[in-house]
Design a protein. Structure first.
Length: 263
């Protein structure tokens, strides 16, 4: 389970200055941009939660904090019972985190990449081989498992990235836009795999801009607007609150709340 409590994150801003021989203006020091403000939510075991929001809403910042890649400015969260601030190493053992970039070593083959991450997590060699065989079948990787990563298409690379993210069999999965830029067939394979993770009782949190993915997969949604939580609940509750049947319209209604603009 994921439980976030009052997560906030500020970044120091550095205003760009034209070339000048003058010293920096002291009034420009110490200004901060709040990427997240007091975000709290829960994602339960055996559920898929969609993280939604426009560009710049703080989704990637939130995911990176939960994955311990960033430290929150305030608040904390627990992942599978472990605090992300006090026990970051234990949290990393319990999660699979797929970031926006694939992060693959081009000179390794897909098989070697998965094996390497399995060894990093101290997974026994026999178990790694078993899981590679399973991933190869479920993610349709048989045709490129022994090809170098730098020769693979975007969809192939994303499948390798998912396999190396999950090779240690984590209970909590955090995906940052896992299907962005993929063709229909590749995206469908990944969505089917995510659905299977739910069936195994895992906790899945993933960000997406595709409302059809939310409609098909998600039990719940967490919606951010300008770094703040503006909705948390089931997909049906999202429809009921906004009075919209179509999820894209429900999302736009949530974005318009408080702005004075009607959808």
């Amino acid at each position: 389970m994921i439980e976030a409590n009052g997560l906030s994150k500020s970044f120091k801003q550095h205003k760009r200055r034209k070339k000048s021989f003058l010293p920096p203006d002291p009034r420009e020091r110490g200004r901060f941009f709040e990427a997240l403000r007091d975000v709290a939510f829960r994602a339960e075991n055996g559920t898929i939660t969609g993280l939604l929001g426009p560009n710049g809403a703080g989704k990637t910042t939130l995911l990176r904090i939960l994955a311990t890649a960033l430290r929150p400015s305030a608040g904390t969260a627990t992942i599978d019972g472990m605090d992300i601030v006090r026990h970051p190493l234990e949290v990393r053992r319990r999660i699979g985190f797929l970031s926006g970039g694939t992060g693959l070593y081009g000179r390794l083959t897909a098989r070697e990449m998965i094996e390497y991450f399995g060894r990093l997590h101290s997974v026994p060699a026999a178990v790694i081989r078993q899981r590679i065989a399973e991933f190869s079948r479920l993610l349709e990787m048989e045709g490129f498992l022994d090809k170098r990563n730098d020769s693979l298409s975007s969809g192939m690379k994303q499948r390798v990235s998912i396999a190396r993210t999950l090779v240690h069999d984590p209970q909590v999965l955090i995906f940052d836009e896992p299907t962005t830029g993929l063709d229909v067939a590749a995206a469908e394979t990944i969505l089917a795999f995510i659905r299977r993770c739910k069936e195994q009782g895992k906790t899945v949190l993933f960000s997406t801009h595709h409302m059809h993915e939310v409609d098909r997969l998600c039990d719940c949604a967490v919606v951010l607007r300008e770094g703040r939580l503006c909705f948390q609940g089931t997909i049906q509750e999202m429809r009921s609150r906004t009075g919209q049947t179509a999820l894209d319209q429900a999302f736009l209604t949530l974005m318009a709340e408080g702005t004075g603009h009607a959808v």
